[in-house]
Write a protein that binds this ligand. Sequence first.
Ligand code: BGC
Length: 743
Amino acid sequence: MDALALLRPLGAAALVAFAPLAASAQTRAAEPSGRVEELLSKMTLEEKIGQLNMVSIVPNVEPGYDRIVKGIAAGSVGSVYNVHGADDTRALQREAVENSRLKIPLFLALDVIHGYRTIFPTPLAQAASWDLAAMEKAERVAAREASASGINMIFAPMLDVSRDPRWGRGVEGIGESAWLGARIAEARVRGLQGSDLKERGNVVSCAKHFGANGAAAGGRDYTASDLSDRAVREIYMPPFEAATKAGARCFMAALNANDGVPSAANSHLIEEVLRKDWRFDGIVTSDFLAVNEIVNHGVAADQADASRIAINAGTDVDMESQAYVNRLPELVRSGAVSPARLDAAVRRVLTLKEDLGLFDDPYRGATPEGEKAALLTQANRDAAQDIAEKSLVLLKNEGGVLPFARDVKRVGLVGPLAEGQADTLGPWAARGVPPETSTLAKGLAERLGSSAELTVTAGGSTFGSSDDEIAAAVETARRSDVVVLAVGERFNQSGEAASRADLGLPGDQERLVRAVLAVGKPTAVVVFAGRPLVLTDIAVRAKALLYAWQPGTMGGLAIARTLMGDVAPVGRLPMTFPRAVGQIPTTHDQRPGGRPPETPEKPYTSSYSDEGHAPLFAFGYGLTYTSFHYGPPKLDRDAIKDGETAKVSVSIRNVGERPGVAMAQLYLRPEVAAVSQPAKVLRGFGRVELAPGETKTVTLPVSVADFSYWRTASDFVATPGPIRIMTGPNAGDTQDATLVYKP
Ligand code: BGC
C-alpha cells in the first residue's frame, strides 16, 4: 500500500445517494510552466514579494484606495479582496495588466460564504439538508454570480468541524461530523471550481481555516486549542483532505493556534501534511492579519521574525499584515529566508493565476451589463428556495399541528424575527440586499394570498419586550386560528467574533413564547439561528417546533410553503442540540470512557448530578410529516477483509398517512482497538422516498477505511475484531449488527 493510501482517512463510504454535477481534479501537470518561469526570471525581489501581498480595499469607502492602486501599478500588490462589482474589479485589474511593469493580473477575492447576491441558507443550514447535490448547486450559483462581478477567488468553503455551539463561526461551517464535513467539502469545492478553472464562471476555492480553528477552547473565537495529533487527524483534517482531493487550489491558514503553534506558522501541517502527504499544489494564504498575530501569540519577536516564520512554514501569501512587503526584502537579502523559498511561493501564486486563465483572460468576461443579468435571476432564486426548503428541520410536531390546514382563515405571525430581513439572510451575506429578502412575513403573505388574513405582531425585539408588546402579541394569537412564532437570534449573534456563553433565546423571547403558547392556539415555533440553541423549556411547551436557521433570500417563502404542507421538512441536525450549555461537548462521537453514562443515571458514572446525559436533540435528528419504522441493519456478510466493501441494508416502512422521505444513517464502532474508539461515529447515509404503507431498503457501503483510526505518528490502521454497525434515523436511535474485520 502506498503512503497516500495509508493516509486516506475515514471516507471511503462515500456512496451516498447524490449525483455530482461535475467531476473535479484540478491538480496541474508536474512540469513547470514556461510563462511562469520566464516571468520569475524577470522579476525584481520587490515584484516577487508583491505577488505574496494580499490587501483589502472597498473602493470609495476606504481611504487607502489610491495608495493601493499605486501599489498595484508598482507591482507591490498581488491580490485584492473585498472589492466587488464589475466596474470596480475591472478598474483594479486594468491597473495590474496595463500599468504594472510585468502586467501580472490580480487575484480578486471575496468572502462569498453562502451566496453572492442571491443568498442561500447559511452553510450550517445547508449542512442540515444533507443534500450534497443541492450544496454543490448553491456554490455553482454563488461562483457564477461572483464571477460575473469580477471576483476570481472565493474564501470558501469554511471547513472547520465545529463541535461547540457556543462558537459563533459554526454557522459558516459543516457541523460536527468529520465524515459529513468531508462529503460537503467535496461538493462545495466542485461547485465553486467546476471541472476546469479556466472556464468563466468558475473561481478559485480557498478552503479555510486550515488547522483546527473549530476547536477554539470554550467556543471563544480565535482562542487556541490543545488537541492530540489523533484528534487533529481524525476529526479536523478529513474535510480539508477531501477538499484537496476535490481539487481546491487555495487554503487559508487559521488565526488560532493548536498545541502552541499558530496555524500560519505550522510547518508540520502546511508542509508535511498538506503539501507532502496530500500533494496539494495550490497556494496557502494567511488569514486576516495572521502573520502579524504570530507576534501576539508570542511565537515571534517582531514583524520580521513573524514573516520569516510564516514563509518558512509554507504560508505563501500574507493577507493584510503587510509584513511580507515590509520585511521580506531584508530577510531574503540577509539569507534568513532563502531565495528558493521565496521563488517557490511566488511560483505557486503565478501558476495558479495561469491555471485560472488570468494571463489570457484577466477580466474573465465580467462587465457591468453581464453582471446585472447574472445576479438574482429567477433560476438562482429557485435554487436558493430549493435548498432553503431542504434545510429546515422539524424538531417536534405533536398531534400533527403541522402542516396547517389549507383552508385556514386567520394566521397570526408573532415574534421579532417575523420581518427581519438581515436576520433571515444571516451573517456573511456578501452582496445580499436585505430588502430583497423573503422574510417570513413576506413569504406567508405570498403563500396565503387572499385566502387568509395575516396579522403580524413583533411582540418586542431580540433585545427585549415590554409587557404591552407581549400583550399585543397575545391578542394577535387570540384573534387567530393558527399562530406562527418567529423567534431566535439576530444575524450578527453568530459568525466571526460572535461566540455566546448563554444559548437561550436572546432578550425576552422565552417569556414571549410562553405567553403566546398559553393562549392555546395551534402554534408552530419557528427558530432562526446560526447555531444550536438551548431550547429545552420551549421544546416541552411547544407542540410544533421548526428550526429555520438563517435561510437566506428565499427563506420566508420556503418556511411558509413548509408550514402549509406544500413541501414536507427533510432536514436533519448536523450538530447535536444540548439540553444545557453545561453539557457541552455533546457531539455524537464521544468516547464512552471507563464508566459510560447509564440511563437512568447511576452514581459514579460519567454524568451530571443536575442534568441528564442525553442531549435535547441528537445529531442527525429531524422529523417530517409522516413517520417511519426502521428495521435493524442487515449485513451481506459476516466478515470483511482489506479491499472489500460490505453492504449494510436497512428496511424502512412509511407507517404514516402521507408520502415522505426517510433517511437512514450509518454509524459504527470497533469494539476493541488499540485506542478507545467513539461510542458511534457517522459513516454514511442514504435517502428513500416512500408512499404511505410502502417499504423500501437503503443500502450503504462499509469498508475498512471507515473503521480505521489514527494509530501511530503516521498512519490510519484498523484492528482485527468485531465492528459494531449501527443504523437508524438519527444518532440517538440506532439498532446494531456485528461485522468482523478479518484482514
Ligand atoms: C476571517 C476569514 C475571512 C477573512 C477575510 C477573517 O477575519 O477569519 O474567514 O476570509 O477575514 O475577510
